[in-house]
Design a protein around this ligand. Sequence first.
Ligand SMILES: Cc1cc2nc3c(=O)[nH]c(=O)nc-3n(C[C@H](O)[C@H](O)[C@H](O)COP(=O)(O)OP(=O)(O)OC[C@H]3O[C@@H](n4cnc5c(N)ncnc54)[C@H](O)[C@@H]3O)c2cc1C
Length: 508
Amino acid sequence: MSFSVDTRISDLDAMEAEGVDLLVVGGGITGAGIARDAAMRGLSVGLVERGDFASGTSSRSSKLIHGGLRYLEQGEINLVLEANRERKCLTEIAPHLAMHARLAFPVHGRTSAGLMKLRAGLWAFEKMAKIPAEELHEVWDRDESVARIPGLLKDRLQGSAVYTEYITDDARLTLETLKSAKRYGARVVNRAPATALREQESALTVSGDGQSRRAGLVVGLRDDLSGRSLDVNAAVVVNAAGPWVDSVRRLGGAANDRMQLTKGIHLVVERERLPVDDIVVMRAQDKRILFVVPFEDICWIGTTDTFYPEAVERPEITREDVDYLLEATNRNWPDQPIDPSEVRGAWAGVRPLLRQEGKNPSEISRKDEVLIEPNGLLSIAGGKLTTYRQMAERVVDAVVERLGGAGTPCRTGEVPLVEGEEPISMVRTRLSDEEIRFAIEEESASSVTDVLERRARANFFAADNGLGAVESVASTLAGRMGWTDEETDQEIRLYQARIREDLAWRQE
Ligand SMILES: Cc1cc2nc3c(=O)[nH]c(=O)nc-3n(C[C@H](O)[C@H](O)[C@H](O)COP(=O)(O)OP(=O)(O)OC[C@H]3O[C@@H](n4cnc5c(N)ncnc54)[C@H](O)[C@@H]3O)c2cc1C
């Protein structure tokens, strides 16, 4: 399937000429899930993304498909049930993007009370979430914990509760979902920010929230590759802009902010420095739960949760953030403390959460909500990567209702994400020449960063952060994009600067 700079132009032309039933603003996992679902139900769908697909939060998560144990602690039973249903669903529709992993939760304390409490919580969780027998938790006593988690702090170690989690590749999940949407006829375009939003005259009358009003919006777009501006008529517009939900709402005149952003960072170290076989939980100094996630030759350590004032693609990583994670890691693996200079990659993202006054970042609910503006704009706010499919189903149900019941029932829970093609394995760090061309022609990559940061995950995970591949990726792209030598050099410098910036906290 062609999905490239050429299909961008034909998709923009078609959207401008014909309009769409549904225009989705935002090409992260939420928008991707909505576009796939709506296209599979037979709606005419457009999706526009400001930067590259998954360039926002959806390439910067902890990459865990959570069962939702944490939500049980917070009394959010519905979230627990939904997370588990969705986790099972993902293992069925995209088994290559849901890697089974064991999660060990070691408990340190003077008595075994903490371990007993955790076991009771897990027992209740497993009953409620109907966890299958083969995934029920087990308990490692002290000796087994010491043997199975090399280097772990032994002092006051009581044992570990061990249960199932899944690891995914967030950017790959988003890309595959968008490619599926495209296969079902959606028009999917990156580097095309929505810049304006106004009501249009239309015969269609909606009463989705009980009020009748004119339906249909005109969305102004800018094609950032050509500089052209265009308008697209859409019967319904869904704002799936993640951390930017409020800024897209403001395009349509909304004055009140509903989002509250929190930042989370991750650090990547060599697996040999933290030779764990399973995901291991540890407590930060402030008692927050942190993870070490092993994957091939690396581990990532995450994450922080601090308020962040604005939506940006790459929030700043500070030395304080790094020290917070390394303090906990080095306290729990005290024998050979990790020095900041050993961190080989780092990333930060912002969580698009719904504002809840008076709560600290970790207490804010992760549940999602559909916001409806007086002009008819639907915004989907909050949520998790884990529950994207269910969120999308709810949103598309609302869209279908607005369109007077058009479309067939949701099938995203049954139809494999990748149909008729060899699935691409997750977290690839190196691409062959053929794979680079595939990223450009069939996955709409148009910059060095698109290729090395999201089609491969070289910047975060490769030993050289992808720097060794920059020139060959740039030269393949230059031929295709018609770049001058100067433009090609600029692309190379841009990627190199990003890597320096991600690790700039080392100088603080
Ligand atoms: C540190 C961290 C760890 C996390 N870990 C997990 C985890 O382990 N498991 C889990 O389930 N969830 C996790 N999450 C949550 C999860 O990552 C997010 O809920 C999810 O990725 C949000 O996706 P989204 O599509 O809503 O937002 P985004 O991915 O940010 O997508 C929104 C898109 O909208 C685009 N956009 C903005 N403005 C415009 C415009 N005007 N026109 C066009 N496009 C626009 C942006 O460029 C962006 O690409 C984590 C989040 C963070 C920050």
